[in-house]
Design a protein around this ligand. Structure first.
Ligand code: GLA
Length: 403
């Protein structure tokens, strides 16, 4: 264990002892994620290319001999207590729902386990689009898997955490975040086919090319993110239904089954747009073109072609801005400032959008220039405070027994 991680685990173990009067038996760690490319396509059976970042949630645990679960959050200095047989929802938006949701999903899946004490701490910025919630879910599921020896593969654990989020938190999110948090590996992005759940590591040889990834938090958070997100899902389902009829393809199950030519064909356009409304056309065009961009980006990375990756990232951003309508003026400004710099290969919004962060690939020695050329003018023009994180791909979920 690295010294920095050991220090975080020691601090969490001390908090656990203070709260519960005994030491923890084990600890899990699940990272947040950044998505390089492949946005709003996971729930359309598409391809995504995220990686786990060096910010994470730690969850320490110790078994109990009853059916009570106690979960302590070091950040909130609060403890949530419930019985395994009676798992109610906490207030909407409360951190506890992620934990209750995972425990409920494990039980619904038929896993047998007893009471447990948990203590959590994390440094993934919440609400920034870096999947702090998936990190909580995966850390809790990983802790419970270890504590009770549950037979749960990595993909099953990720799916279960997604169900927890869908059912308990009410966001109809796809599988990308939980998959990235559970299954990523160091120095690689994770290419996931969200239809089959087939996945493979795509090596990210950034350092060899003198490059780095920087995440820039616009400092803007949108209220009602979940309802805007669920709206996009509905709009995609509507586009699928119309294309299924118009193309006379009853088997057409998702936008993954459609080509860009079909969307742009006379039949496709007639089905998806009329004089007053072309929203379904634009949503479909984003999804179908984005899936193709992810495939191209993975191929580009296989040959270390970061210039091609950068171009695809910029195309992705424009498509998210113009067709999918999930960008904000602030994210657009960050991307425009970044892509104007000769040392930036590519930049785009990352995550659900509606605020949150951009991800940029830039020369590794240009961090100070980026602060001067991108962050400073952004803050001066918008009045928002931006935060930047230099990051590199890390391992997904890991667990340890404590001595
Ligand atoms: C959120 C969701 C993911 C994915 C992205 C957009 O992060 O949780 O499932 O849909 O938005 O790509």
């Amino acid at each position: 264990m690295s010294a920095a991680r050991a220090a975080r685990v020691d601090a969490l173990a001390a908090a656990f002892r203070r709260e519960f009067g005994r030491p923890p038996e084990g600890v899990s760690e699940a990272p947040g994620r950044v998505n390089l490319i492949g946005e709003h396509v996971d729930y359309n059976d598409g391809l995504v290319l995220p990686f786990a970042i060096d910010r994470s949630v730690l969850c320490a645990w110790a078994l109990r001999d009853d059916t009570t679960v106690r979960a302590y959050s070091a950040e909130f200095s609060e403890c949530s207590t419930f019985d395994l047989h009676d798992i109610s929802h906490a207030a909407p938006g409360a951190w506890e729902n992620y934990i209750r949701g995972v425990v409920a999903a494990l039980r619904a899946a038929g896993h047998a386990f007893g009471g447990v004490d948990l203590a959590l701490t994390g440094d993934v910025p919440p609400g920034a689009g870096l999947s702090s919630s998936a990190a909580v879910e995966v850390a809790v599921a990983g802790a419970l898997r270890d504590a009770f020896g549950l037979p749960l593969s990595g993909p099953d654990l990720a799916l279960l955490c997604q169900r927890a989020e869908n059912a308990f938190v009410g966001v109809q999110s796809g599988i990308m975040d939980q998959f990235a948090s559970a299954l990523s590996h160091r120095d690689a992005a994770l290419l996931v086919d969200c239809r089959t759940l087939a996945h493979r590591d795509v090596p990210l040889r950034l350092a060899g090319a003198g490059l780095a990834v920087v995440i820039t938090d616009s400092g803007v958070r949108r209220e009602l993110l979940s309802s805007a997100y669920n709206d996009r899902r509905r709009e995609c389902a509507e586009a699928v239904a119309r294309l299924r009829d118009a193309l006379r393809r009853p088997q057409l199950a998702s936008l993954r089954d459609v080509s860009l030519d079909e969307v742009a064909s006379r039949t496709g356009r007639r089905a998806l747009a009329d004089d007053s409304n072309d929203t379904p056309l634009r949503r479909a065009r984003h999804v179908v073109s984005e899936i193709a961009r992810v495939a191209a980006a993975a191929e580009a990375l296989d040959r270390d072609d970061f210039a091609a990756l950068g171009r695809l990232m910029v195309e992705s951003h424009l498509s998210l801005r113009d067709d999918y309508a999930v960008s904000t003026p602030e994210l657009d400004l960050l991307v425009a400032l970044a892509t104007a710099q000769p040392y930036v290969a590519g930049s785009r919004l990352t995550g659900a959008g509606f605020g949150g962060c951009t991800v940029s690939v830039l020369q590794a020695d240009a961090a100070a220039s980026f602060a001067r050329d991108v962050v400073a003018p952004y803050e001066a023009r918008t009045g928002h405070q931006a935060a930047t994180y230099l990051t590199s791909p890390q391992d997904g979920l890991r667990t340890w027994r404590l001595p």
